[in-house]
Design a protein around this ligand. Structure first.
Ligand SMILES: N[C@@H](CCC(=O)N[C@@H](CS)C(=O)NCC(=O)O)C(=O)O
Length: 232
């Protein structure tokens, strides 16, 4: 390992995608170490006692054990912002800062629960364990649970390019990271119904800060998802 940071986890985790985007935004190099979430090793559980990926290691602080490690994507993004303030991933204005944290939480909770838990998992985890994809659960989530969340985000964007003002922030990164989780295997929401949100997703899919992660994801998913699933 030669980079100054290590990310433990998998590129397929939307939370790792968020952390990778913040590292890329700040121009920080990192190595990735794969963690199997179905059988996390004991040494990793010491770093991440809630048994979640990703976790970050700052090699300048510690290279072994729990030294220099931070679990939880929000904690690690906050840390990176303090350590390397520019370019900033958080708005300067106090109110916009609060709004950014709220939108990050919205992405990390309901979007993750439904997009990751209700669509990605039933399809990909089944494929990983040699089972048929659970398309019934994925379709129910896609058609019933995700639309109200997309409605809220469409309203928050209010026709804009970014969620807060005219600058990319942790709100955009967190929301895009979760939207990509379903986009990777089922495509975007219907652009006729959610025009601003789908334009936002398209722009984020093309943004430099997501390229390393998306390339890794597409490579990992190529065999399991030769064609995107139609969940409509
Ligand atoms: N709050 C955590 C959430 C991380 C999380 O939920 N990660 C999922 C993978 S995307 C996980 O580790 N799940 C473990 C499991 O389901 O056993 C963060 O922001 O990093």
């Amino acid at each position: 390992m030669t980079a100054p940071y290590i990310l433990y986890g998998s590129p397929l985790s939307p939370f790792q995608r968020k952390a990778e985007a913040v590292l890329a935004l700040k121009g920080l190099d990192y190595d990735c170490v794969a963690i199997n979430i179905m059988a996390m090793p004991d040494w990793y559980l010491e770093i991440s006692p809630l048994a979640r990926i990703p976790a970050l290691r700052d090699m300048s602080i510690g290279t072994e054990g729990t030294a220099g490690t931070i679990a939880d994507s929000s904690a690690m993004c906050g840390y990176l912002e303090k350590k390397c303030p520019q370019p900033s991933a958080y708005p300067d204005d106090p109110f916009l800062y609060g709004r950014a944290l709220w939108l990050e939480e919205y992405a990390d909770s309901v979007l993750a629960m439904n997009g990751g838990g209700g669509v990605f998992r039933p399809i990909i985890f089944s494929a990983m364990t040699g089972k048929e994809p659970d398309l019934e659960t994925a379709r129910k989530t896609w058609n019933e649970k995700l639309p109200p969340l997309w409605d809220y985000l469409e309203g928050q964007l209010d026709g804009g390019k970014y969620f807060l003002g005219d600058k990319l922030s942790i709100a955009d990164i967190s929301i895009a990271a979760q939207l990509m989780q379903t986009d990777l295997i089922a495509g975007p929401p219907d652009p006729a119904q959610w025009p601003a949100l789908t334009a936002f997703l398209e722009a984020m899919n093309a943004h430099d800060i997501f390229q390393r992660n998306l390339t890794a994801c597409n490579k990992m998913l190529a065999k399991m998802v030769p064609e995107k699933f139609d969940l409509s």
